[in-house]
Design a protein around this ligand. Structure first.
Ligand code: ATP
Ligand code: MG
Length: 730
């Protein structure tokens, strides 16, 4: 036996029989369909190594697609160690979005895109859509920019062009008009949004025979992780590219499909079988991640979903600590439980990095964070306020983007009066009007306005100074490195003085600017275009730095593909998981169940499930008691630490937890957080500066009343939607 082991190729030694078969199969369409922790990602990585070292495949011919940039980096690193050289670097390895962004940089001209096009992130998209809604004279309460963007995103993911948007209702017609206008605005700004990256690439491959031939030759071997979460546009891209060589290798678990709200369609697995009839399928059945108890619990939950292939999963990690199910009075007590238990685990030898706390919605992190701070436990938060969404970072990037393309209206509107340089809302309106008259960008409008004169001495001086500064950046970007350009824009705008207003927040904002500077310094040769592309494609999980030892707080959606020795799943309540938006639809409840399944199967050794009796929401004035998640009913007692008191349980659906009879406290403390206070100064992207007259809750939304200067007057705005930020207090 020992000698046999030595006969095994080194790349295959760390694989089981099923995995080896999948790794060494001849090229052709392959689907590895298997449960969590069974080594799908490992198999994919080894398959690439195997192709490169044993099948005479050149890295240049390989396209490997991962779900996050972080996963791509890890895979790249693994390949480097396995192959012992840097040959894998020539491979195209990254997310669909990053891959498409690179292809479009090279080939976009065939679609009328400039090679320097910019990627508009979620915030930019919202800014554009608000403008569209205003331009079309729509009521933004009835047609919320956010909802319009969602509808357009779904259309793009299904490759539906503006002209083809199906109009069945009045509402569809509005969406169609907004879609047309939105695309025009993006293109006018030389911009693409995330969905455009996919749609335009798919369209190009479908319609341009020269380009598609070129890329079929180039990407002769294509590999995809997390295939169950691909959308139609992504599927079309894969199908187009693989149409000649049929070397398409995908790994998937339909039980972990959790992105249908972003257009993911696990029926792509069915399409794959139809489009590639010679498809070879492999199963992996041994789970290497979790203990038997955790697996049993997770299987019991997912087994309730119909319309799935039952899978047999086993593990050598027999037994294990039972799953701990915990009820708390409210979210605060729940958070304290997590923090206390974390403290105990740390005392018992766990590292902070071993522990992850997961939840359904970002808003749930606040109570957890507060408790972790009180308990002095270092944590890192994935998501919430992304580094690249912070005001100071967006400001600095706004300058840099103007240097890259002064006709970028979104950036122009963002920074024209930041720091305040005496260009008020009235002047900005005049600039916009001039732009409209000239049919050009805001920048062009500003130049026309300066030339026409008549704005009054101070305003004209301010505009001219701003125009001269931007014009100079445009020249300088040719000679300076990105780091040099950042230094220059920060110096020219005197941004440091502006942001370091003496408050702690000012200091930490300035530190963020320095952090951005440091990130750029790490890639001294990067071009401005590449830098802006990278920045736009950074996803939440990518910011997960492994360097600091801290507990990780993340949403269930970000947890895909990750694993931790200890996992806390919090907020397992009706309305949260399953989410209230999903409760009406059996299909959506099934997806929520998969989400829970993904969460549970991240755990290696210990799994805690928690729920609260009451939960106060941002703006939820009288919090109703919440019921434990229906999914918990499917957990067998055998996997639980404290068998539930089933005495009270008449039927499955009326299981009443013990606290229902005797609440531990009488009154629910409802904490409501308003973001704005009366008297606070704010900056609005379109209206300029203003002062908050009042702020109140309407339903779950914060409605802010603001007095803007320059004749704009009083506006009522939804704090979650308005492109508005509090200004530092003087
Ligand atoms: P998910 O569905 O969650 O993405 P996966 O199927 O991709 O999971 P991997 O992440 O590849 O699973 O593997 C799970 C864990 O098991 C990893 O830590 C991996 O290194 C380990 N593992 C996989 N195969 C083996 C094996 N043959 N021997 C030992 N460990 C393995
Ligand atoms: Mg995986």
């Amino acid at each position: 036996m020992v000698s046999m082991k030595q006969d095994i190729h080194p790349l295959l030694r760390v694989l089981n029989e099923q995995q080896r078969a999948a790794v060494t199969t001849p090229t052709g369409p392959v689907l590895v369909l298997a449960g969590p922790g069974s080594g799908k990602t490992r198999v994919l990585t080894h398959r690439i190594a195997w192709m490169l070292s044993e099948m005479h495949v050149s890295p240049w011919q390989v396209l490997a697609v991962t779900f996050t940039n972080k996963a791509a980096r890890e895979m790249n690193h693994r390949l480097g160690t396995m192959l012992g050289d840097t040959s894998a670097r020539a491979m195209m390895l990254g997310t669909f979005h990053a891959t498409c962004a690179r292809i479009l940089r090279r080939e976009g001209e065939t679609l009328g895109l400039s090679p320097n096009y910019l990627i508009f992130d979620t915030d930019d998209q919202l800014t554009v859509m608000k403008q569209v809604v205003a331009d079309l004279g729509l009521d933004d309460k009835k047609y919320r920019p956010h909802n319009l963007l969602n509808a357009i995103s779904s259309a793009k993911n299904e490759l539906i062009l503006p002209a083809d948007y199906p109009v069945r209702t009045y509402h569809d017609e509005i969406v169609a008009r907004a879609y047309v206008r939105y695309q025009q605005t993006l293109r006018k700004n030389d911009g693409l949004d995330f969905d455009d990256l996919l749609m335009e690439t798919a369209r190009m491959l479908q319609t341009n025979p020269t380009v598609v031939r070129q890329y079929r030759d180039r990407f002769q071997h294509i590999l995809v992780d997390e295939f169950q979460d691909t959308n139609i546009a992504q599927y079309v891209i894969l199908k187009q590219l693989a149409a000649e060589h049929h070397s398409l290798y995908v790994v998937a678990d339909e039980d972990q499909s959790i992105y249908s709200w972003r257009g993911a369609d696990y029926r792509n697995i069915v399409r794959l079988r139809e489009d590639f009839p010679e498809l070879l399928e492999f199963l992996l059945e041994e789970n290497y991640r979790s203990t038997q108890v955790i697996l049993d619990g997770a299987q019991a939950i997912i087994a309730q979903n119909s319309d799935r292939t039952p899978k047999h999963l086993f593990t050598e990690k027999k037994g294990g600590q039972p799953i701990s199910l915990n009820e708390a009075y409210d979210e605060q007590e729940e958070a304290d439980f997590v923090a206390d238990e974390t403290t105990r685990l740390l005392r018992n030898g766990h590292k902070h990095g071993d522990i992850a706390v997961m939840y359904r919605t970002n808003a749930q992190s606040r109570a957890l964070e507060e408790s972790f701070i009180r308990h002095n436990i270092p944590y890192r938060l994935i998501g919430a306020t992304r580094f690249y969404s912070r005001k100071e970072i967006k400001d600095v990037l706004g300058y840099v983007r103007l240097a890259h393309n002064p006709d970028d209206d979104v950036s122009f509107a963002r920074v024209i009066n930041v720091p305040p340089r005496g260009i008020g809302a009235r002047t900005i309106s005049a600039v916009a009007a001039a732009a409209q008259r000239a049919g050009g960008s805001l920048y062009a409008g500003m130049l026309a306005l300066i030339q026409a004169g008549g704005q009054g001495g101070r305003t004209e001086r301010a505009l001219s100074a701003f125009a001269a500064m931007v014009a100079q950046w445009v020249v300088l970007r040719q000679e300076l490195s990105v780091a040099g350009l950042i230094d220059r824009v920060v110096a020219d705008t005197d941004y440091e003085t502006f942001i370091r207003d003496g408050s702690d927040q000012g200091e930490s904002r300035w530190e963020n600017v320095l952090a951005l500077r440091a990130v750029v310094a790490e890639a001294p040769d990067i071009s401005l275009t590449d830098f802006l592309t990278d920045v736009a494609l950074v996803a939440d999980v990518d910011e997960l730095s492994e360097e600091v030892d801290a507990v990780t707080l993340l949403t269930l959606h970000s947890a895909k593909g990750l694993e931790y020795p200890v996992v806390f799943l919090t907020g397992l309540e009706e309305g949260l998981l399953p989410h209230s938006r999903s409760i009406e639809s059996a299909v959506e409840v099934a997806e929520e169940r998969r989400l829970l399944y993904v969460g549970m199967t991240r755990a290696e050794r210990r799994l805690y499930l928690t729920y609260a009796f009451r939960r106060s929401w941002r703006g939820f004035r009288d919090s109703e008691p919440s019921a434990p998640s229906r999914f918990l009913e499917d957990l067998p007692d055998a996997v639980l630490k404290q068998p539930r008191d089933r005495g009270r349980q008449a039927t499955k659906t009326s299981w009443t937890p013990s606290w229902r009879a005797a609440p531990k406290r009488a009154e629910a403390p409802v904490r409501v957080e308003l973001q704005y206070r009366t008297g606070q100064r704010v900056a609005h992207a379109f209206y300029g500066e203003g002062m908050v007259l009042g702020s109140e809750l309407e339903g779950r939304q914060e409605m802010v009343t603001v007095l803007f200067g320059n004749g704009i007057g009083v506006k009522k705005l939804l704090s979650s939607m308005a492109p508005m930020e509090p200004l530092p207090q003087h």
